[in-house]
Design a protein around this ligand. Structure first.
Ligand code: AMP
Ligand code: ZN
Length: 115
C-alpha cells in the first residue's frame, strides 16, 4: 500500500470506483475517462509500479490479470467482437498512474497502429 497512489486508495476502498470484477489478487474498475465504449482497468491489489519493476515473486500477478481479462470480456460481451489490451510503462509509454494496470478497450473498432 502506497498512500500517495490513487489506485492503492481504490484497492483500500478510500476512493470510489465503478468496480466490475475482483478477487484475492486483482481488481478491475471502469476508467473515469473512457476512450472506448468498454474501457476497464485491471490492477493487482499489491502496489507494483509497472512491468519494468516486476520480480519473480510478483510474476504470477500477470497471469492473474490476464485470467481476469478473460472473465471481464465475457461479462462485458466483448469476447466475440474483440478488444485490445494496453499496458503503459514509463514516460514514453504514457504511464500516468504508477501502479501497474492493464487497459481493456473494446466495443468499437480500434485503429492500428496506435499514435
Ligand atoms: P496510464 O496513462 O496508462 O497510466 O492510464 C491511467 C488511466 O487511469 C487513465 O486512462 C485515466 O483516465 C485513469 N484514471 C485515473 N484516475 C482514475 C480513477 N480515479 N478511476 C478510474 N480511472 C482513473
Ligand atoms: Zn498503488
Amino acid at each position: 500500500m502506497d498512500e500517495n497512489c490513487i489506485f492503492c486508495r481504490i484497492v483500500e476502498g478510500g476512493l470510489p470506483a465503478d468496480r466490475v470484477y475482483e478477487n484475492q489478487h486483482v481488481l478491475a474498475f471502469r476508467d473515469i475517462h473512457p476512450v472506448a465504449p468498454v474501457h476497464i482497468l485491471v490492477i493487482p491489489r499489491q502496489h507494483l509500479i509497472g512491468p519494468s519493476f516486476l520480480d519473480e515473486d510478483a510474476a504470477f500477478l500477470m497471469a492473474e490479470m490476464f485470467l481476469a481479462v478473460k472473465e471481464i470480456a465475457l461479462k462485458e460481451g466483448i469476447d466475440g467482437t474483440g478488444y485490445r489490451l494496453v499496458m503503459n510503462q514509463g514516460v514514453d509509454g504514457g504511464q500516468e498512474i504508477h501502479h501497474m494496470h492493464l487497459h481493456i478497450l473494446g466495443g468499437r473498432r480500434l485503429r492500428w497502429p496506435p499514435g
